[in-house]
Design a protein around this ligand. Structure first.
Ligand code: CP3
Length: 344
C-alpha cells in the first residue's frame, strides 16, 4: 500500500521532489477567521482547547474539512514550552499571551525546569487523536517556538513592540541570555522529538520575532540555538521547516542550520531567494496575507503571479509570509485555496 502521507504533495515539495502543483497550507489556518473556531472557543479557554486532545483535534481538523487544505497543523501554541518550564501562562481576549512571572534575573532562569516533557504529554496525546482523524489523508505538521521568540515572551511577560527588556538582556547580560536560550533549546529539542515519536509528518520552528535582531545578534542569539535544535532532532525522513519574520534577510544563515524548507516572509522575491539557497532546500511562502482582504480578482491575479514566477521549480510550498489575520473573510481564504488547486 502506498503511504499517502509520505507521498503527499506537501511532503514531496518539502523534499524538493517534483509535484503536479504546489501544495498549500496557511500559518494560523486553525483559528479565529472561522466562525466554527468561535463556536468552540466560546465554550472553552484557549489553553483548555490546547490541553484537551479531542478539542485540539477538532480545531486542527477545521481547515482540513472546510478548506480542503494540503497539510494540517497541530492546534497548540508556541508558548506551551515556556509554560512547561515554569511560566505562569494565560491568554486573555484582546490582551494576548501573558506570563505572570516574567524571567528577568539569574535566579529566575535557574528556576526554570528543563525536564518538563511530562507536562507536555497532552500534545503527544492530541497528535495521536489527530492522526486517527486524518486517517492518512494529508500530513500533519508539528511545531515549536524558536528559543529567541519564546525567550522574548518569557522576559517581557507577554507580547512586545520593541523587545526592550529582551534585547537589554542580550546586550548587558549575554551570559544570562545564553543560559536561558540553552534551556529553552534543550526543552524544544526534546519536545519536537516527542512530537515526531507521537507521529507528526513534518515539524516547523517558528521564530516570529527574529526580524527585531541585528545580523550579529540573530547569529549569536537565535541562529545558533535553531541549529542546535535541528541537529538534535530524530529527523529520519521528517521534513524540518524553519520560519522567521526576517527570513528575506536571514535566509542564507537559516540554510546553514540545515532545514529542509525555509519559510519566507513577503518582503522578498521568492524565486530570487530560492536561487541563492543551496540546492535541495525548498521554500515556503510568501504571499502577503493582506492580499486576502482584497477583491477576488486581485487574489487570483496575485496567486497566479507568484505561481508563474515559481513555475518549473521543485521545492515550493504555497503559504503566507506570516499568519492569517483573524478578520480576513473566510470566503476569500477558501477562494485562494480553490484558485491554487485549479492552477495548471
Ligand atoms: O497555525 C495554526 O493554525 C496552529 C495553531 C497556532 C496557534 N499559535 C494558535 C493560536 C500556532 C502555530 C501558533 C503559533 C504562535 N503563537 C506564534 C508563531 C506564529 C506567528 O503567528 O508568528 C506566536 C508568536 C504565538 C504566540 C501567540 N499566541 C500570540 C501572540 C497570541 C495572541 C494573538 C492575538 O492576536 O491575540 C496567541 C494566541 C493564539 N494562538 C490564538 C490561536 C488560535 C488565539 C487564541 C484565541 O482564540 O483567543
Amino acid at each position: 500500500m502506498i503511504n499517502t502521507q509520505k507521498d503527499s504533495l506537501f511532503i514531496r515539495a518539502a523534499q524538493s521532489q517534483p509535484t503536479e502543483r504546489p501544495p498549500v497550507w496557511m500559518m494560523r489556518q486553525a483559528g479565529r477567521f472561522m466562525k466554527e473556531y468561535w463556536e468552540i472557543k466560546n465554550k472553552y479557554s484557549f489553553l483548555e482547547m490546547c490541553k484537551t486532545p479531542e478539542i485540539a483535534a477538532d480545531v486542527t481538523m477545521l481547515p482540513v474539512d472546510l478548506l480542503d487544505i494540503d497539510a494540517a497543523i497541530l492546534f497548540s501554541d508556541i508558548l506551551v514550552t515556556g509554560e512547561a518550564m515554569g511560566g505562569d501562562l494565560s491568554f486573555n481576549q484582546g490582551v494576548g499571551p501573558k506570563f505572570a512571572n516574567p524571567v528577568r534575573t539569574k535566579a529566575d532562569i535557574d528556576n526554570l525546569n528543563v525536564d518538563c516533557l511530562g507536562q507536555l504529554q497532552y500534545v503527544a496525546d492530541a497528535i495521536k487523536v489527530i492522526q486517527q482523524r486524518l486517517n492518512g489523508k494529508i500530513p500533519l505538521i508539528g511545531f515549536a517556538g524558536a528559543p529567541f521568540t519564546v525567550m522574548s515572551y518569557l522576559v517581557e511577560g507577554g507580547s512586545s513592540k520593541d523587545f526592550k527588556l529582551t534585547k537589554l538582556m542580550l546586550h548587558n547580560e549575554p551570559e544570562m541570555a545564553h543560559q536561558l536560550l540553552s534551556k529553552i533549546a534543550k526543552v524544544t529539542t526534546d519536545y519536537l522529538n516527542m512530537q515526531i515519536a507521537a507521529g507528526v509528518n513534518a515539524v516547523q520552528v517558528f521564530d516570529s520575532w527574529a526580524m527585531a535582531l541585528s545580523w550579529d545578534d540573530y547569529k549569536e542569539f537565535s541562529h545558533r540555538y535553531i541549529s542546535e535544535i535541528i541537529a538534535g532532532l530524530n529527523r529520519q525522513d521528517i521534513p524540518v521547516i524553519s520560519f522567521c519574520k526576517g527570513s528575506s534577510v536571514f535566509a542564507p544563515l537559516m540554510a546553514e542550520a540545515k532545514p529542509d524548507v525555509i519559510s519566507i516572509d513577503w518582503n522578498a522575491d521568492l524565486l530570487d531567494i530560492k536561487k541563492r539557497l543551496p540546492q535541495g532546500i525548498a521554500v515556503q511562502g510568501n504571499f502577503d496575507p493582506h492580499i486576502l482582504y482584497a477583491d477576488k480578482k486581485v487574489i487570483k491575479e496575485r496567486i497566479h503571479r507568484l505561481f508563474e514566477r515559481m513555475k518549473g521549480e521543485n521545492g515550493f510550498i504555497f503559504n503566507l509570509g506570516h499568519g492569517i489575520m483573524p478578520d480576513i473573510p473566510f470566503d476569500n481564504v477558501k477562494y485562494a485555496v480553490d484558485v491554487i488547486k485549479e492552477y495548471k
